[in-house]
Write a protein of this length. Structure first.
Length: 628
């Protein structure tokens, strides 16, 4: 037993941590999305500042930070975790604050925010690309600036100018951070049950009283102040979600000159002992007549908070992709060095007692699945990041029609990103343990941590079931099928372009994807027809429908990557990187043969009869304890 562990430790020396996949990132940015051309169109929102040399420098330096500074903290965050000291003091794991100080000093948190508030004014998508690397290296560390990003976005969109001036400079510079406070002991996603109260003080401020739970990064020692974005009810507010308002409540009060004042009756009762994500402090916060200021309009708190929620949902999609990337890197290293049995097609390593396990088809499937979710998920996320750039540009130019079009598109894609990539990220992490076998179950090798950390991703910011209902019920059916029709029309156009420029296997896959898109549209119509007679059928179908859409989306992005790789191979400029591009084509074949093929089952389970699910009476969910 000891000898086996020693062999594994020696074989993984130097590859235990994450390495930023800069070649893959640059391929997606430059050859799939042509970011230079994209940034050139962002004349009002920093695109012209994003020169090729600057973007290259940002990628390389972020990769260095992720690989050399953050990756070694991942295991520290897990093993040591956060420590609650008292109601005003929570300590982060060793090294977290020092890494955050480096991040702040380099100005990384400010790159995509307006220069007016101390930002660097670069396109918003660059911060997503950075998060790709930092989240894969150490997701729990990335949560601290990530939660701040949501708070900053919320203030930018809904805050008064006075509120922006008071908080944004410090938050964008990273001196202060932010959180969102939604969940309470009696309610999670059903925010209509929120009980936290907001009593007017008569001077424009409010007394906020109530308890919030599961507040990620709710307290820490990495910054001087924390701004909590808190959902609460004003006196005589309407019941349900229509009576919720949003308030800015700092940990410490801020004086008129911007200096910090007294603590603000915001107390940390405890931090949760969780399954994973130990490097992030998940707090129960008690607000005892804490001073707060209204963000936006009264009783519009939930719509305002969705600016924050959607930022976080994209962040969880990044978490799913990041788990697949980290799991793949560690599993690949092990598979290339671990000997076990002979290959079915004949001996590959005759000088050894067995062959490397990467020669076995079962292991190859596991590795390629992880690789597919990491690479395909990256392309899916980047597409939405670049769309967000375009929407921000349209907002600044006052092009309300384009803003609405892109907002609808992002609204359609966000639940797919969040729901699909978090589920597939967890599956990829489990696949990593399977590659490692028994050694994957041992903490020293770091594989089981990936599973524990990513398990929460499909739960927080709305479970997969909520994402499925959001996509199918709220977006598509309440939108009278317009969102799915627009989506499929755009798909037909994009696939048609690839068809017109391709031949051979790529052209065949493009035709297959065209058919899959038509089937998606047809099956959506069938669901809508069923829903007219049986509303429960929407709940039965929703998660399978989301995964169905996700598989098609992943396949679409692999078609784009395959098309870009074929162009590089045909150009003759890719001689030295021939293997890299050929691998993209081979991976596309795998995605179509293995992952898109899952839709054959999902097409059936989406239409499972409601009676099969709802026929069991509530009282039949029982257990006879007298027999124990």
């Amino acid at each position: 037993m000891f000898a086996g562990r020693k062999i594994v430790s020696q074989s993984l020396r130097g590859v235990r941590h994450y390495t930023a996949p800069l070649k893959d990132i640059k391929f997606v940015m430059n050859e799939v999305y042509n970011v230079d051309k994209h940034f050139a169109t962002l004349k009002e929102t920093g695109g012209l500042l994003a020169t090729p040399d600057l973007v290259e420098s940002i990628l390389d330096e972020t990769g260095r930070l992720a690989t050399e500074v953050l990756a070694p903290l991942n295991v520290v965050g897990d093993r040591v975790g956060c420590t609650w000291v008292d109601k005003h003091t929570t300590k982060t794991p060793p090294g977290f604050k020092e890494a955050y100080d480096q991040f702040v000093q380099a100005g990384w948190g400010a790159i995509s925010y307006p220069e007016k508030y101390g930002g660097q004014g670069l396109p918003k998508s660059l911060s997503i690309v950075q998060a790709d690397m930092t989240a894969s290296a150490c997701f729990t560390w990335t949560m601290y600036p990530g939660l701040s990003k949501g708070a900053i976005n919320t203030l930018l969109v809904h805050g008064s100018e006075a509120l922006k001036e008071k908080y944004l400079h410090k938050m964008i510079q990273g001196e202060w951070t932010g959180t969102m406070c939604l969940t309470e002991p009696q309610c999670g996603s059903d925010l209509g049950q929120v009980k936290t109260k907001a009593e007017p003080n008569g001077d424009g401020t409010y007394k906020i009283s109530g308890t919030k739970i599961f507040i990620s990064c709710g307290d820490h020692d990495m910054a001087d102040n924390i701004l909590h974005c808190v959902l609460a009810r004003l006196p005589n507010a309407p019941a349900g979600t229509k009576g919720i308002s949003l308030f800015a409540v700092p940990k410490r009060k801020v004086n008129a000159d911007g200096s910090l004042g007294d603590f603000n009756n915001v107390g940390i009762d405890r931090i949760e002992d969780k399954m994973g994500c130990h490097g992030s402090s998940t707090c129960q916060i008690n607000f005892e007549e804490a001073e707060g200021v209204l963000i936006g309009s009264e009783n519009k708190g939930l719509p305002h908070m969705f600016t924050f929620i959607n930022t976080s949902r994209v962040g969880t999609a990044v978490q799913g992709m990041a788990a697949a990337e980290l799991s793949y890197q560690k599993a690949l290293a092990y598979a290339k060095e671990r000997f076990s049995m002979r290959a079915l097609s004949g001996t590959k390593n005759p000088e050894k007692a067995a062959d490397f396990i990467i020669n076995h088809p079962g292991v190859r499937k596991l590795l390629m699945f992880q690789k597919a979710i990491a690479e395909g998920g990256r392309s899916m996320i980047y597409e939405c990041a670049f769309l967000a750039d375009e929407m921000f540009e349209a907002e600044v130019k006052g092009d309300t029609k384009k803003v609405a079009e892109i907002d609808d598109r992002l609204g359609f894609m966000t639940p797919i990103l969040k729901g699909y990539l978090t589920e597939m990220g967890l599956e990829a992490a489990n696949a990593g343990i399977q590659v490692w076998g028994g050694h994957g179950y041992v903490k020293d090798n770091g594989m089981e941590q990936i599973v524990r950390d990513v398990r929460i991703a499909s739960v927080w910011e709305g479970t997969t079931q909520i994402q499925g209902l959001d996509l199918l019920g709220r977006k598509i059916l309440l939108g009278k099928l317009k969102p799915i029709n627009n989506h499929c029309s755009a798909m037909y156009n994009k696939i048609g372009k690839v068809l017109s420029e391709s031949s051979g296997a790529t052209r065949s896959r493009a035709w297959g994807l065209m058919l899959a898109t038509a089937e998606l549209q047809w099956n959506t119509f069938k669901i809508a027809k069923n829903a007219m007679k049986d509303k429960e059928s929407v709940g039965v179908a929703s998660v399978d429908y989301l995964k169905y859409c996700g598989n098609i989306t992943l396949a679409t992005h692999y078609l784009f990557m395959e098309h870009a790789a074929n162009k590089a191979l045909a150009s003759g400029k890719a001689v030295e990187e021939k293997a890299f591009y050929e691998a993209k084509v081979q991976m596309s074949q795998f995605v179509y043969d293995e992952i898109l093929a899952r839709n054959a089952t999902l097409k059936k389970t989406m239409f499972t009869p409601t009676e099969s699910i709802m026929g069991l009476k509530i009282n039949d969910f029982s257990f006879d304890y007298t027999r124990v």
